[in-house]
Ligand binder design. Structure first.
Ligand code: PEP
Length: 253
């Protein structure tokens, strides 16, 4: 049995006012008060981070950013930096989400810069990788995913590598209701762990958590999370209410 502690992270994307986000945080805090094996994190929009942090005070639920700019400060209108995420209480931050890559043009190179900015400030990156449908259909899934992984982790210091979190999110499964089958997801997760072993070493690879993301919900969470190399979930739509999010967390243990 794996010693990796499961992580279930809710990506609230561009949803919820401060009031709504705070209400959900309070609801989660109440319903997840008992100690559990799985670790839980939520990623609200930037404008709600401070209020959600306050609402979560005294709970074990961690706070995550949804993205970060790679410079600490300066003339970067519209951006938020790693020190500012630390300032507001984030311990995690998602980077390289497919919506960032495919809607906003994030590249492997600037995803890597974001990863390093987070590392420099002690925030754990949740590095997302995943293939598009046409890449899967062309048999390029592993080339794409392992390429994004290696470039996203370029120059990552081995001493800190066990803490990084990888999220495998097939783009065609995000927000579509389509999910990779547990065995298809496991195949990619196993390949990711193999490549992590080449980038770092086998022991380090064995300690890194690899989450699955893409239409995870209560009905499919258990089957996905029971796979040997799936160490938790990055959840979008189903993380927007406690009724749909909590059962996924329960499935993670
Ligand atoms: C996501 O936002 O990372 C995601 C996986 O979304 P959904 O669960 O809605 O597919």
């Amino acid at each position: 049995m794996s010693a990796r502690r499961p992580l279930v992270a809710g990506n609230w994307k561009l949803n919820k006012t401060v009031k709504e986000a705070t209400a959900l945080a309070r609801d989660l805090k109440g319903r997840l008060a008992a100690a559990r094996n799985a670790e839980v994190a939520v990623a609200p929009v930037f404008t709600s981070l401070a209020s959600v942090k306050e609402a979560l005070a005294g709970s074990a639920i961690a706070l995550s950013g949804q993205n970060v700019h790679f410079e600490d400060q300066g003339a970067f209108t519209g951006e938020v930096s790693a020190p500012l995420l630390v300032d507001v209480g984030c311990t995690y931050c998602i980077v390289g989400h497919s919506e960032r890559r495919h809607v906003f043009g994030d590249t492997d190179e600037n995803v890597n810069k974001r990863v390093h900015a987070l590392l420099n400030h002690g925030v754990t990156p949740i590095l997302c990788v995943g293939e598009q449908l046409e890449e899967r259909e062309a048999g390029k899934t592993l080339d794409v995913v392992l390429g994004q992984l290696a470039l996203g982790l370029a120059n990552y210091p081995s001493a800190k590598a066990k803490e990084v979190v990888i999220a495998y999110e097939p783009v065609w499964a995000i927000g579509t209701g389509r999910t990779a089958s547990p065995s298809d997801a496991q195949e990619v997760h196993e390949a990711i762990r193999g490549r992590l072993g080449e980038i770092f070493d086998t022991e380090t690879a064995g300690a890194i958590r690899i989450l699955y993301g893409g239409s995870v919900k209560a009905s499919n969470a258990k089957d996905l999370l029971s796979q040997a190399d799936i160490d938790g979930a990055l959840v979008g739509g189903a993380s927007l209410t406690a009724d749909t999010f909590v059962p996924i967390i329960e499935a993670a243990g």
